[in-house]
Design a protein around this ligand. Structure first.
Ligand code: AMP
Length: 116
């Protein structure tokens, strides 16, 4: 069950500001407020989904495609498509998911540890 009381919902509704990288009809990309790598961005859906599982089960195939196309485009904009990057999405409490609005992290700009 999606709960609107989360920071990403507030960013989507301009109640909170963010350093926006790119936006379109299906997604909004901005820099993580607490970067763990040289480049650390977040891509969030405009649709209200709690996590990856919720997104892929509830969204239309077109919406899923558009979202992941957007993730790839944001990686291009960030300049990491050639050097490499990692995408990551936390799902649920064991993963440590902090914000219950579906999002993908884009991490890069430096060598990333192979350990997960
Ligand atoms: P997760 O643990 O996958 O839910 O990640 C949530 C991420 O959101 C964390 O990396 C936080 O640093 C980041 N975050 C929390 N609040 C904000 C904010 N206001 N603007 C940008 N990033 C945020």
């Amino acid at each position: 069950m999606y709960n609107k009381d989360n920071v990403f919902y507030k960013i989507l509704n301009s109640e909170l500001s963010a350093k926006v990288i790119y936006e379109n009809d299906c997604a909004l990309a901005f820099y993580d407020i607490n970067p763990r790598k040289k480049i650390h961005a977040l891509v969030i859906t405009r649709g209200l989904y709690t996590n990856f599982s919720d997104f892929v089960s509830q969204a239309s195939p077109q919406e899923v495609k558009d979202f992941f196309d957007t993730v790839a485009k944001v990686a291009d904009i960030l300049g990491v498509s050639q050097t490499g990057y990692r995408i990551l999405s936390n799902i649920g409490s064991d993963s440590g998911q902090e914000v219950e609005h579906f999002h993908v992290h884009i991490l890069g700009g430096e060598k990333l540890s192979v350990s997960l």
